[in-house]
Design a protein around this ligand. Structure first.
Ligand code: SAM
Length: 283
């Protein structure tokens, strides 16, 4: 019998991957955690029936959550990752020698344990000496963090349903602003403009952040296994602009050998289609 993993993208749209076998399945205190093996996407991790990472396209998401901010502020030393339990975001961060500390706050230890066991491509740098793992709610963590204690916050979260809900609130974004240094940057998982339910969340989180941060933009990337494939991150900061303050040459001199991100992609990602601008009122 064939084994198919099927995800409900909308009430009327489904996305399926033929799987060779299921490697793991359990209910944690927060969500259902599954791992599959497939020919097309390699191993993949899903939470509550939604794709988180897979061997084949994780590099796109992890390049794009990390490098645009790092190329905008080349002095980032202290980083906070909220969520990101698979470890892919941390892996990309560890490539920068100037980073001194990476605090990763993941609510669900099972996601980290399972990634360490099955998704080595992402979890391989979680033992880097600069990485500190905290298993708690990111909302409470930022509430208790000191003013101006981070140069970069990356919100690598699930959607705003379930444990990720608090990471899309005004209180959370206010705390992020407070704990960022003067040249600090917040990058958040900003959902997708294409299907209605995702677009609604995209607009809601963007309008909340815009009221708090003087600079707030949205940038796009192509994520084949996320609903519609068209996905966005938010880029917000106290003073740095991702285009005007882009350190193209300095970043290129690091020779990081990225697979998706480059300086042209950096610039192009902030150029939004008309229908997205209309939704965000960003014209
Ligand atoms: N790349 C993924 C995506 O956008 O689909 C996100 C991957 S990552 C595995 C998301 C993580 O955020 C999950 O492991 C989840 O447990 C974690 N998470 C959700 N809510 C959280 C919260 N309030 N505090 C900390 N971590 C949270």
């Amino acid at each position: 019998m064939e084994l198919w993993y099927t995800e409900e993208w909308t009430e009327n749209t489904r996305f399926s991957i033929k799987a060779e076998k299921q490697l793991f399945s359990a209910q944690s205190s927060f969500q259902r955690v599954d791992v599959f093996e497939s020919k097309e996407f390699g191993r993949f991790l899903t939470l509550d029936g939604l794709m988180m990472v897979n061997d084949k396209d994780e590099f796109i998401y992890h390049d794009m959550i990390v490098h645009p901010a790092m190329a905008t502020n080349m002095n980032i030393k202290n980083v906070l990752v909220i969520g990101g339990g698979d470890g892919g975001t941390v892996r990309e961060l560890t490539r920068y020698p100037q980073i001194e500390k990476i605090d990763m706050v993941e609510i669900d230890k099972m996601v980290v344990d399972v990634s360490r066991e099955y998704i080595d491509v992402c979890s391989c740098k979680l033992d880097d000496a600069r990485v500190n793992l905290y298993f708690e709610d990111g909302v409470a963590f930022v509430k208790n963090a000191k003013d101006k204690s981070y140069d970069l916050i990356l919100v690598d979260s699930t959607d705003p349903i379930g444990p990720g809900e608090g990471l899309f609130t005004v209180d959370f974004y206010n705390d992020c602003y407070r704990i960022l240094s003067d040249e600090g940057i917040l990058v958040n998982q900003n959902e997708s403009p294409y299907f209605e339910s995702y677009a609604r969340e995209m607009k809601r989180s963007n309008s909340k952040i815009k009221d708090i941060f003087p600079i707030s933009k949205v940038y796009q990337f192509h994520m084949p296994t996320y609903p519609s494939g068209h996905w966005l991150f938010g880029f917000s900061s106290k003073k740095l602009d991702p285009i005007k303050d882009h350190n193209k040459e300095t970043w290129e001199n690091l020779n990081l050998n990225t697979k998706y991100y480059n300086s042209e992609v950096h610039k192009g990602a902030f150029a939004l289609p008309e229908y997205v601008k209309d939704m965000l009122d960003a014209k």
